[in-house]
Design a protein around this ligand. Structure first.
Ligand SMILES: C[S@@+](CC[C@H](N)C(=O)[O-])C[C@H]1O[C@@H](n2cnc3c(N)ncnc32)[C@H](O)[C@@H]1O
Length: 263
């Protein structure tokens, strides 16, 4: 159990830093809100799309998904107090908001979601496992937003990035640095095509909303991807999720109403 996220302490952090809502129309936005709307707009989300946010925390992105795009949002998070909070705040969403211990996503239904959003979370996950699990849960044709991919090979002159990495280590914040070439190879292997890749050259560019599309460079601070699930691969077989039984599966099913993958 990764108690870092599944704790009252982390929930208090979320309440302090991630409850103020992003405005669904971009007005009176929080820092980062304009980026969120820009990237979400790339997904062409329609009200009928089954749309999932992985790592939904206290629900501010779910609110934008509901208000701006008219979807009935699904969310999963390993922080039990945050999930309980969301169930209380939004009883109408409760059937679609689930606790996923350790961020394991095998209880998600297979080939179900049309749109999947990662916002401020991918860098906290076991990225290989998460991509494999998302690949199975995505419908062929699904579009996925993956933001905050921190590049292990950042620029030598990016002292802010070097300082941030040292701080993650000192404070034991479980943030991953990604080998971009290997991640992109895994995306291709899983049948994801990269529709757009936006890069933030230096760490400071993230808060300045300064990003570039499709620039061909390997050295940068962060990337945000728009992926399409273009083909199904053997790893997507539902059997991959049902080869073992999670002790949480039945409670998850009861809590979420999400069907387990057909066997
Ligand atoms: C910085 S918060 C962002 C919350 C939300 N996306 C937002 O922008 O308001 C990161 C969230 O990801 C969750 N998280 C951490 N590890 C995760 C994992 N492996 N899978 C899914 N969610 C995870 C945390 O519990 C937390 O709610």
């Amino acid at each position: 159990m990764n108690s870092y996220f599944d704790s009252q302490t982390y929930f208090s952090y979320l309440l302090e830093h991630c409850t103020e809502e992003f405005s669904a129309d971009g007005k009176g936005r929080l820092a980062g809100g304009r980026q969120l709307l820009f990237f979400l707009d790339q997904l062409d989300i329609r009200p009928e799309h089954a749309t999932l946010e992985v790592g939904c925390g206290t629900g501010r992105v779910l609110t934008v998904l509901a208000e701006r795009y008219g979807v009935e949002p699904h969310g999963v998070d390993p922080c039990r107090p945050a999930v309980d909070y969301l169930h209380r705040q939004h009883p109408d969403w409760a059937p679609r908001i689930a606790h996923v211990p350790d961020g394991v996503l095998t209880s998600l239904p297979g080939r179900f979601f049309d749109r999947i959003v990662f916002w401020g979370v991918f860098e906290l996950t076991d990225q290989v496992r998460t991509l494999v699990e998302i690949s199975r849960a995505a419908r062929p044709g699904a579009r996925i937003l993956v933001n905050g991919v921190r590049n292990a090979d950042f620029r030598d002159d990016d002292t802010a990035m070097a300082e941030a990495v040292a701080a993650y280590r000192d404070k034991r914040i479980p943030i991953m640095l990604t080998r971009i070439d290997r991640l992109e190879a895994l995306m291709a292997f899983l049948g994801f095509s990269i529709d757009r890749r936006f890069i933030f050259l230096r760490k400071e560019d993230v808060v300045e909303d300064r990003f570039e599309a499709d620039r061909d460079t390997t050295r940068f601070a962060e990337a945000t991807y728009i992926l399409s699930k273009s083909e199904t691969v053997p790893a997507d077989l539902d059997i991959a999720a049902t080869a073992y039984e999670s002790p949480h599966a039945s409670s998850l099913e009861a809590a979420t109403g999400l069907a387990k993958p057909e066997s």
